[in-house]
Ligand binder design. Structure first.
Ligand code: TMP
Length: 215
């Protein structure tokens, strides 16, 4: 039988991997089971974090490339958004024993800023020590996608953001980074999301059902 407890589920993966779609599907399934659940995302999730998100994503479209944010400014903005998000949304929800589903979290910073942009890991670790309040995901789904499928999904997108335009090599690197982070961790599930079928959403639900003891 399901017993209310704080539970933090994160979806990670490159653009076009379907994590926003899958997190919504899971959210709807848990709600149907009357499980107190919130769905949120990073960067974003609160009014202030969404403002920071806009700032980060807008920067990419700035015409003058000389005026772009330095990679440490960029990183600090992601972390600033995370601080607001944890303090005002994630932590309060977990304290109320809710299930929190988050579209991206700290592994995105490791994959994109550390592995991708070569930002110092210790710089991020030190800030995380102060802002995470010991909060760690209970389970992480890393969605792996083929180049072809991710491309197809991104072309269909109406609103593009900075990373939607990056070169294929950047995606490959980011995807490999996510897989590297997930390897040998018991609570990480690397799942292929290249096919557009219902199989994946069922698989994700099955894992959650087991962890949450849902009948
Ligand atoms: P989204 O595409 O999932 O909406 O996220 C917006 C972009 O932000 C995405 O392309 C990846 C990037 N990102 C980072 O570079 N570092 C981070 O820490 C997070 C949370 C996202």
């Amino acid at each position: 039988m399901y017993k209310k407890k704080p539970f933090f589920i994160v979806f990670e993966g490159v653009e076009g991997c379907g994590k926003s779609y899958q997190s919504k599907k899971l959210y709807n399934k848990l709600k149907k089971k009357k499980i107190d659940t919130i769905l949120t995302r990073e960067p974003g999730g609160t009014k202030s974090s969404e403002l920071i998100r806009n700032l980060i994503l807008k920067d990419y479209f700035a015409k003058d490339s000389k005026e772009k944010f330095d990679k440490y400014t960029d990183t600090l903005l992601y972390l600033a958004a995370r601080n607001e998000h944890i303090k005002n949304k994630i932590k309060p929800a977990l304290l109320k024993k809710k299930v929190v589903i988050c579209d991206r979290f700290i592994d995105s910073t490791i994959a994109y800023q550390v592995y991708g942009k070569k930002v110092e890991l210790n710089f991020i670790k030190n800030i995380h020590k102060r802002i995470l309040h010991g909060i760690k995901p209970n389970i992480v789904f890393v969605l792996k996608v083929s180049k072809q499928t991710s491309r197809k999904r991104l072309i269909k997108r109406k609103t593009k953001n900075r990373y939607d335009n990056f070169a294929q090599s950047f995606y490959n690197k980011a995807q490999n980074s996510f897989i590297r982070i997930a390897k040998n961790k018991k609570n990480y599930f690397i799942l292929d999301s290249s096919n557009n079928d219902n199989f994946l959403e069922q698989k994700i639900y099955d894992v959650c059902q087991k962890y949450l003891n849902i009948k």
